[in-house]
Write a protein of this length. Structure first.
Length: 423
């Protein structure tokens, strides 16, 4: 929950991260990679329409982005799925490596990967659905819906502060060594953990990825709807989008379901270990030291989950086309709230050049080469995940993987460069 992961890999450090007609589709599978490209026989289009629907050569099969990821995979520096979708049609889909080395299951489009922070916007969508229904207001304070918080938090911190990352809160460290045994244990622990937060700056002050900003909205969803966060999001987000391969899977499911990728953590001796089969092992990364996502029985409310690459494309479309939220509320979700500095910690550090970047509700957005790039990324021990929406040109880019020792910011930079033409 209070994860030091990729928050914005359009601009990233190691601590953090759709419109749509297009190409014909022809599938080819070779050497463990699945490739989808343009089919023959397209009707002629007017020059203006052709220009509007132009597909940059760098995004195509065999283009610069494809070659870059293929090279990483050949060097065992990437395992997972990358996908580029243009106006609802898949332009590029590549799958590399093994989802479960012990059982010999290869990665493919139907494999679900751990999302880490890339799943946090599901919670923002849930809250905004309740706002749209009049059951929650963005200016409601924490105390409007929840009890047990310190007075200054209950009376001063609003839903808007939480979603926009400006709560002024600090959350205590998590117990990363604890092995949870049930959903109920996870809910109880994180409910108590969120209530131990402290107000360390005036509300409205940007914070550094405070876990309470994710945990408290999830608690509000539960208090208002009378169901668990996991059940609400499964029904009102995943089901609405047709995300049939996505869910908040439990550790027993992770161990037995062949469509869930096992997360392979790099160890200090250079080996990789299966996180869910080796709960005694943890990450040596100083920013996630000792952490093992397999120790959670289920991901904490408001965080992570597992998703396939095609499901993330579906979510990206549904976020803006009225499926999940009426369009004005979808615009509220992704509209820039405050500028982010080009240097600094957490949300503000950028590895990928951008003209400007901004905080929104649980996801940063950037202006790159004159167009918006909107999305979210995350890193857990043994996994990486990113989804980016390019609303001006109708592209969606997905990266999901089950290695943690990958040049993740560079992969996202290559994707953005391919789509936007940024040098």
């Amino acid at each position: 929950m209070n994860r030091r992961d990729l928050t914005d890999v359009r601009g990233v450090d190691r601590r953090r991260l759709l419109g749509w007609g297009g190409l014909g589709v022809a599938g080819v599978t070779a050497a463990g990679a699945h490739l989808v490209g343009a089919g023959p026989g397209h009707a002629a289009v007017a020059p203006a329409a052709a220009a509007a629907d132009a597909v940059p050569p760098e995004t195509r099969p065999g283009g610069a982005y494809d070659r870059y990821v293929a090279k990483l995979a050949a060097e065992d520096k990437f395992s997972g799925v990358v996908m580029l979708s243009h106006k609802g049609r898949t332009v590029l889909s590549r799958s590399y490596g093994m989802a479960d080395k012990e059982k010999g299951i290869r990665n493919h489009e139907g494999i679900a990967f751990n999302l880490s922070s890339a799943g946090k916007p599901f919670g923002a969508v849930a809250i905004l659905q309740l706002v749209q229904q009049g059951k929650v207001r963005l200016w409601d304070t924490v105390g409007t819906h929840l009890t047990g918080f310190p007075k200054e938090i209950a009376e001063q911190v609003t839903v808007h502060h939480l979603l926009s990352g400006t709560s002024g809160l600090h959350t205590p460290p998590e117990d990363l060594q604890r092995v949870f045994q049930s959903r109920e244990e996870v809910r109880e622990f994180y409910g108590q953990w969120a209530r131990r937060s402290k107000l360390v700056a005036p509300p409205g002050t940007p914070t550094d990825h405070a876990g309470a900003e994710v945990a408290i909205p999830a608690l509000i969803v539960e208090a208002v709807t009378g169901t668990t966060y996991w059940e609400y999001v499964q029904q009102h987000v995943f089901a609405r989008c047709g995300m049939t391969g996505t869910g908040f899977y439990t550790r027993p499911q992770w161990l037995t379901d062949p469509h869930i990728a096992h997360s392979y953590m790099r160890q200090s001796d250079g080996s990789r270990v299966d996180a869910v089969r080796n709960l005694d092992k943890g990450s040596p990364d100083p920013h996630q030291l000792g952490k093992n996502p397999g120790r959670y029985f289920i991901d904490p409310p408001g965080d992570a989950g597992f998703a396939t690459a095609p499901d993330l494309v579906r979510f990206a479309h549904a976020l803006t086309d009225g499926t999940l939220l009426d369009r004005p509320y979808a615009e509220v979700a992704t509209a820039p709230k405050a500028p982010l500095a080009p240097q600094g910690g957490g949300l503000t550090t950028r590895a990928t050049p951008a003209d400007a970047s901004f905080a929104t509700y649980t996801m940063p957005v950037a202006l790159v080469n004159g167009q918006w790039v909107k999305g979210r990324a995350g890193v857990n021990p043994g996994s990486v995940a990113s989804w980016n929406i390019y609303p001006y040109t109708g592209w969606v880019g997905i990266v999901v993987g089950n290695y943690d020792d990958v040049p993740f910011p560079q992969i996202i930079q290559q994707e953005i460069q391919a789509v936007t033409g940024r040098p």
